[in-house]
Design a protein. Structure first.
Length: 423
């Protein structure tokens, strides 16, 4: 029995390939059932995100055979030629697969080192496989151990403590300036990808209220609907600026949108309540002179980049510690798996011996009921039971000897302790 991880990610394939073999959540239950049937594996789970699609399998075939079957199945399921998939595919087996899965859950294999979202996606993959009935003892135990490792890495290291994107850094800085974001009122200027990510971080931190200002209202409304935000035009910013405790701007404008005079006017209505402002745009959205005003904390993208550079280094140091935790736990899981295999073998052998015993014992009891001599019954029982138990080992020894398999013969003699001196 082997554990195998097969997949592609942002390191091995461009998005044009990744999107071809991604799985929609609505597809997963059906896909898992198909995979069990067509790939011929015992257990299966699928992790599918924008940056990776990975299949985790428990199976009896060798890894090379399995990889060929997986490629064939992906080709048929997604209607994508194997020539597009195969060059980007990686395959990890046993400890390497376990180690890989744990590293993924900890964010050590992510585009952004230590990002936390992947753990939630891994938990979703677990739930979907559980619901589809494609998971049994081994895969279930592996996922549970993986979640425990990810939790320990988050607790014992600083892998996720430092902001490494400008959006996250901006929100993280706001959290340090304000005791709590739950009462803070935020004005976001722009509706592009960066502002959308800022909005998500703010929403996740349960910020008090969000207003989105954008040149095109329809674009802003689509984003605002997801986070329960209000929408205004750029022209309405002056009348709303005084209400904002936090202003974060990122537009494509070639000229500043928020000037010193506009901010001075807003401050006059705030009665010395400070405004935290972050300008993520290049060229700037907020006039440089705004930083000269009292009660304004203005940060530019360059200010955040220096913070991010230090934070990336902090995460790299934490990653070294995290790798040690992952290695320790992957070793532990493989020890458990080996024990499981040993237990299965011992259990099977024990059951076989007990079955032989029960058959012979029943026959002996019948003979006793028929008044056969007890001594003769016991002697026959002992002889037949001995012969039964000796049959398989004797056949193995004879086969090894006749075939000239010296290593196997030595191994069998060691197992049965045949070279031990008689007392």
């Amino acid at each position: 029995m082997s554990i195998v991880a097969v997949g592609i990610n942002h390191k091995t394939a461009p998005i044009a390939v990744r999107e071809k073999i991604s799985f929609n959540p609505d597809q997963l239950s059906h896909a898992l059932q198909e995979m069990l049937d067509n790939v011929a594996c015992n257990e299966a789970a699928i992790l599918s995100t924008c940056n990776r699609t990975e299949l985790y399998l428990v199976q009896d075939a060798n890894a090379q055979e399995l990889q060929a079957r997986v490629i064939n199945w992906l080709e048929q399921y997604h209607g994508v030629p194997a020539s597009m998939i195969a060059p980007s595919l990686y395959c990890h087996t046993d400890k390497q697969a376990v180690n890989h899965m744990m590293r993924v859950a900890c964010g050590l294999d992510s585009l952004v080192l230590g990002e936390p979202q992947i753990l939630g996606q891994m938990k979703q993959a677990y739930s979907q496989a559980k619901a589809a009935g494609s998971m049994a003892l081994v895969m279930d135990r592996l996922f549970q151990r993986t979640f425990g490792v990810a939790k320990q890495v988050r607790t014992d290291t600083e892998i996720g403590e430092s902001a490494v994107s400008v959006a996250f850094a901006a929100v993280n800085l706001a959290k340090h300036i304000f005791a709590s974001l739950e009462k803070a009122r935020v004005l976001l200027v722009g509706a592009g990808e960066t502002i959308e990510l800022v909005a998500k971080h703010l929403y996740d931190n349960k910020v008090g209220s969000i207003t989105v200002a954008n040149r095109t209202l329809s674009r802003a409304e689509g984003m605002a609907e997801k986070i329960g935000a209000d929408v205004i035009t750029l022209a309405q910013i002056p009348e709303h600026l005084a209400k904002a405790d936090i202003v974060i701007s990122s537009t494509g404008s070639t000229l500043p949108i928020i000037g010193k005079g506009m901010v001075e006017s807003a401050l006059s209505h705030r009665k010395h309540q400070p405004i935290f402002m972050v300008d993520l745009a290049v060229p700037r959205d907020i006039e440089e002179q705004v930083s000269d005003l009292d009660d304004v904390f203005l940060y530019t993208v360059d200010d955040l980049q220096s913070i991010i550079a230090q934070n990336i280094e902090n995460r790299r140091r934490a990653a070294v510690q995290a790798e040690g935790i992952v290695s320790e736990h992957s070793d532990g899981f493989m020890a458990w798996l080996r024990g499981l295999n040993t237990q299965d073998a011992v259990l099977s052998y024990r059951q076989q011996c007990m079955s032989e015993r029960d058959v012979l014992l029943e026959k002996a009891l019948t003979q006793l009921k028929n008044d056969k001599s007890p001594e003769a019954v016991v002697a026959e029982l002992a002889t037949k039971l001995t012969n039964k138990l000796m049959h398989a080992p004797t056949s193995a020894l004879q086969s090894a000897a006749q075939g000239g398999e010296l290593d196997k013969l030595i191994y069998l003699r060691d197992i049965f302790d045949l070279d031990k001196p008689n007392n």
